[in-house]
Design a protein around this ligand. Structure first.
Ligand code: NAD
Length: 238
């Protein structure tokens, strides 16, 4: 075992209120592309940049095109949790991890068994009518075109688009968990998307560990940095 992974194993053996803060890189080993890697969505060519398509303005002005991109690239309903999701769920069951704070919208942490998950950017699995608020299963979005409610309103996924605010209750819960944590593990995130990335600044505990393919957009001094695929790294820990 690599020395840094051994160090992480020791840290986790003594951790009681750990928090995992993650992003799209946690799910690439489940076959869901991230945004900024080489084969990520930002490197592919679309008529508009993905950041623009996934904005509130674009959603309102080009609703049909939004849904066609969303169905094609963001809805990954058959994806399964990988070794990283499973290890984090195991740590929660063992009383080592208090919470997962994720920027992902794929629901894979819950599928793996994690219970205390703060979904900063919402979830593809929840969808609501913008007019009357009626909830719809994700299959309604899969059907094609612009999904409509019985009342005529557009059914919108409960995901936070660019220009939209984060849910204050979710944000507050995530801040509280991070501020109370003894260990913070950051993984699979470029730490480029704000305000989510700023949450790691609330950590006051002892150990910060970063597991990422390549260094995130942050100063890594004083941090245990493991450069690698997070599923592969975490599967080596007993
Ligand atoms: P990002 O694409 O900006 O960064 C992903 C980071 O993970 C990169 O640094 C990359 O090198 C690293 N990475 C990729 N695969 C990895 C692996 N197997 N192990 C370790 N590291 C790996 O993603 P972000 O920081 O999460 O920000 C993008 C935004 O896109 C987020 O807000 C998120 O909501 C959204 N998003 C979500 C999903 C999803 O739900 N699965 C997918 C794509 C984008």
């Amino acid at each position: 075992m690599d020395a840094a992974i051994g160090e992480l194993q020791k840290i986790m053996a003594n951790t009681r209120r750990g928090v995992f803060f993650g992003g799209a890189g946690v799910s690439t080993e489940s076959g869901i592309p991230d945004f900024r890697s080489e084969d990520g969505l930002y490197r592919q060519t679309y008529k508009y940049p993905p950041e623009r398509i996934l904005s509130h303005t674009f959603f309102m002005q080009h609703t049909e095109e939004f849904f066609s991109f969303y169905r094609d690239k963001m809805l990954c309903l058959t994806a399964q949790p990988n070794a990283a999701h499973k290890k984090l769920a195991q740590w929660e069951r063992e009383g080592r991890l208090a919470a997962v704070v994720t920027q992902n919208i794929d629901g894979l942490h819950q599928k793996a068994g994690s219970k205390n998950v703060f979904e900063l950017h919402g979830s593809i699995w929840r969808n609501f009518c913008m007019n009357c608020g009626k909830a719809y299963p994700v299959q309604r979005i899969e059907e094609g075109g612009v999904p409509r409610c019985a009342c005529g309103g557009i059914v919108k996924p409960d995901v936070v688009l660019y220009e939209e605010p984060l849910d204050q209750t979710v944000l507050g819960g995530a801040v509280e968990a991070i501020a109370a944590a003894d260990t913070l593990i950051i993984g699979g995130t470029s730490l480029n998307v704000y305000p989510a990335a700023g949450l790691v600044d609330f950590f006051r505990g002892e150990n910060i560990v970063v597991i990422n393919k390549g260094a995130p957009a942050r100063d890594m001094r004083g941090v245990l940095f493991i450069d690698g695929r997070i599923g592969e790294v975490l599967s080596q820990i007993g």
